[in-house]
Design a binder for this molecule. Structure first.
Ligand SMILES: N[C@H](CCC[C@H](N)C(=O)O)C(=O)O
Length: 384
């Protein structure tokens, strides 16, 4: 009997006895469950279907039985999967109509709903549906929805992505690492793999490494002001490096870089270059950069602190997603800006709130390489 281990993650912060769990069961079946909570001796016997959210350490492939070891309880619980779940068919093969079957992934906490869209170049859901599904209270909760689609012009696959506000960006660094791992799972591929992915930023090549991390050739940075795009007055070489941007009466020094999507990188203001990023009120200042008139396509904004020429710390306010725990294209733009402004070398560790990324801007080919994790959070189905 296959035992898939998992951990319960209470989705509420209330006392353990009040923990509520949400499972997106791969079908409409819910589970009845007997729960013992460590904070009370009474056994809460819940006969009506409730649901659980759990992190499945193994693939949800043959869950003839699941042992649930709850973080909220000291005891383990056993639930039986409904009959149809015990077939060899993997959850990933489910195709019931009227439901969206998805896998939730995250790259350093920048989280996405991944959809197997290999049968069509048309996304399975609309931007409006993506907004609803990304809602962290009324939906699944995510920074965006990513579609694995058939390749174009000889690439293995195509990636399209909707931000949580429904807008469609050209590229997503953390997202393409998650997409690579998702594709490997769909194709049942183990070990080192690399894929050619057509994106709005052109050809991107993620490679799954032996240790499960993903290294991505993110292509070349775009520095020409009109291509970022930004309306800021460019320097003689058409780039915007350490230029002045007025936001709410404060003069920021910014460098603008596109990784297929626009980025405005700042290390500080005209008055103080030594930014303490943890002190920033992103919710207050982020939207003013994102929607600034100088960025006709809006912009992602990265606020950077320099620890050393090879160690940077950043926080990000993303276009169409707000403050996220990580931004892969943003980390790449940050290293480019740090080199151009003379703060750092071409190989850096970039600390993000969700964890570190390794970024290298190679001089010999002008391409940027990003290395970082991509993890499954849970599998689910949601009625459309
Ligand atoms: N919100 C971004 C797309 C996602 C980028 C970020 N999540 C990454 O990892 O690169 C934009 O509208 O350009």
């Amino acid at each position: 009997m296959a035992i898939a281990t998992s951990r319960l993650l209470p989705t509420t912060t209330g006392p353990a006895s009040a923990s509520r769990f949400t499972l997106f069961s791969p079908s409409s079946v819910n589970y009845s469950l007997l729960c013992r909570f460590s904070s009370s001796s009474s056994v809460a016997s819940l006969q009506q279907p409730i649901s659980l959210k759990f992190v499945v350490n193994n693939k949800f492939r043959n869950p003839s039985s699941l042992r649930i070891c709850s973080a909220a309880t000291s005891s383990s619980m056993r639930i039986g999967a409904p009959p149809e779940m015990t077939s060899q068919a993997s959850f990933l093969d489910r195709k019931e109509s009227g439901f969206l079957h998805f896998v939730k992934y995250h790259g350093l906490g920048n989280d996405f709903i991944l959809v197997d869209n290999r049968d069509s170049h048309e996304p399975k859901i609309s931007p409006e549906q993506a907004v609803k599904l990304c809602d962290r209270n009324f939906g699944i909760g995510a920074d965006g929805v990513i579609f694995a689609m058939p390749g174009i012009n000889g690439t293995d696959y195509t990636m399209r992505i909707f931000n949580s506000d429904g807008s469609e960006p050209e590229m997503c660094g953390n997202g393409i690492r998650c997409l690579a791992r998702f594709i490997a799972e769909l194709e049942n591929l183990q070990g080192k793999q690399s894929f050619t992915i057509h994106t709005g930023a052109g050809l991107i090549v993620p490679e799954i490494l032996e240790d499960g991390q993903v290294r991505v050739d993110m292509g070349e940075p775009i520095l020409k002001a009109s291509d970022v795009p930004t309306k800021l007055q460019p320097n003689k070489d058409q780039t915007v490096v350490k230029s002045k941007l007025e936001v709410d009466g404060i003069s920021w020094k910014v460098t603008c870089v596109s990784m297929g999507n626009p980025h405005c990188v700042t290390f500080g203001t005209e008055v103080s270059e030594n930014l303490q990023v943890d002190e920033l009120n992103l919710a207050e200042i982020g939207p003013k950069f994102e929607n600034h008139v100088m960025f006709p396509a809006r912009t992602n904004t990265e606020f950077v602190q320099v620890f050393s020429p090879s160690h940077l710390k950043m926080r990000v306010w993303e276009r169409g997603a707000g403050a996220t725990l990580a931004c892969g294209t943003g980390a790449c733009a940050v290293v480019v800006a740090a080199v151009l402004e003379g703060h750092a070398g071409r190989s850096c560790t970039v600390d993000l709130p969700g964890g570190p990324l390794q970024i290298e801007w190679r001089e010999e080919n002008n391409r940027i390489y990003m290395t970082g994790p991509a993890e499954v959070v849970f599998y689910g189905s949601v009625p459309l």
